[in-house]
Design a protein around this ligand. Sequence first.
Ligand code: NAD
Length: 499
Amino acid sequence: MQDLSHFIDGALTPGSSGRFADVFNPATGEVQARVPLASKDELDDAVARAAAAQPAWGATNPQRRARVLMEFVRLLHRDMDKLAEALSREHGKTIPDAKGDVQRGLEVAEFCIGAPHLLKGEYTDSAGPGIDMYSMRQPLGVVAGITPFNFPAMIPMWKFAPAIACGNAFILKPSERDPSVPLMLAALMKEAGLPDGILQVVNGDKEAVDAILDNPTIAAVGFVGSTPIAEYIYSRGCANGKRVQCFGGAKNHMIVMPDADMDQAADALVGAGYGAAGERCMAISVAVPVGEETADRLIEKLIPRIEKLKVGPYTAGDDVDYGPLVTGAAKERVLSLVNSGIEQGADLVVDGRDFSLQGYEDGFFVGPHLFDRVTRDMDIYKQEIFGPVLSTVRTQSYEEALAHAMDHEYGNGTAIFTRDGDTARDFANRINIGMVGVNVPIPVPLAYHTFGGWKKSGFGDLNQHGPDAFRFYTRTKTVTSRWPSGLKEGGEFHFKQMD
Ligand code: NAD
């Protein structure tokens, strides 16, 4: 069995804590590697080394920093197949989906090549007689990112690419479920020319996370994962005086109006509900048809499409729509929520509980499930399931459907399917959710916009990637200067009026 490591000062570094976690191949259920779990001392040591390396990197001009990312993008294209294979082997998602994971991170690295422009700051010439004023964006120093299992390439890159482009050193604590790709990304950054110590990958669990939150050198923490952990990290990080942004769980509703193209809506729901086995924070997990007739037509279109879904290992290539869940525990949790839905009175119209795949009986596969007549008091409605389970909540009016999405505690993504521009516009304006799709089921913003949910899906003021990332990873310093004549006036004891 392979022993994985950390990546410290530009080199793979074995763990010294003596603690490890198993890394599974979710398709077979076998343990394929062990990942070291860092102690507080290991984490603090990585931070101290990053702090020593950061001043020189922060003083490197932004164009040179951007060139490292330019080369990194080229290397990602070169190694795309290798990265996708390693990702699928630990996560379970299909190869095209794994390539999408890398691609969506790569696009943020591309955006960060614009760092020289994004960091230019502001300048006012002659703010007063002989007085100029300028604001500059300076790096924070050492910053950290704590990332989830479901996008092991994309989300680390969403964090470290802008942070490093801004001149910071970055401590990445990836998910312990699929740590190989983050290690490969760090090696590619080194190959692209990043100085040692600027990107440290420290593997670990709660101990490493708590060490990040308590380390006084770390100025900012970005987190993506489940909401209870997001809340914990946000409050402990803020209490320790850090800048913190945390992105949590989701329960994304898709409203289907009576005038929607029902084939288009059904196709969208199947892709958005079951793609990546539902392990996406932007997955649609609740379909909300408006009107009984709409609901009947939608269910009729969904059933044959869901029954045709092909579930299997990534090695089966194009023959697979989605793969296994990430762990046996995740599988058990999803199946227990399905059983709770039945017990609480929902109609299970597609039942995937008996799904089994010859030769992969120990894999963490879960067949697709579709519930109809789900009500808002049921656990399958209230909780994020994070599996291939779609719930249908029937509503009688647009206002009722809108209220359902608005009343839910999560506010990551949502969508409306309609042919009516007025309804779509009203929905986009009134909904209290961060990312909205109009006839688009998974409205993940591109790299140059920002990504972030509302309510219990996001904590902190700024979003991920886009211009917000450059605000999050820098602080503003404003200089007021007067040359030279104004210096001759003698002391002043009141604020100078700029007139
Ligand atoms: P998770 O919360 O279990 O883990 C996320 C990170 O937190 C990991 O690095 C993990 O090691 C660490 N962690 C776990 N338990 C901890 C604890 N008790 N104390 C300190 N740190 C801890 O999440 P996950 O299962 O890896 O990812 C799935 C979740 O992430 C889902 O809820 C999904 O919706 C969410 N997610 C959200 C977004 C978004 O942008 N809003 C994107 C992707 C995933």
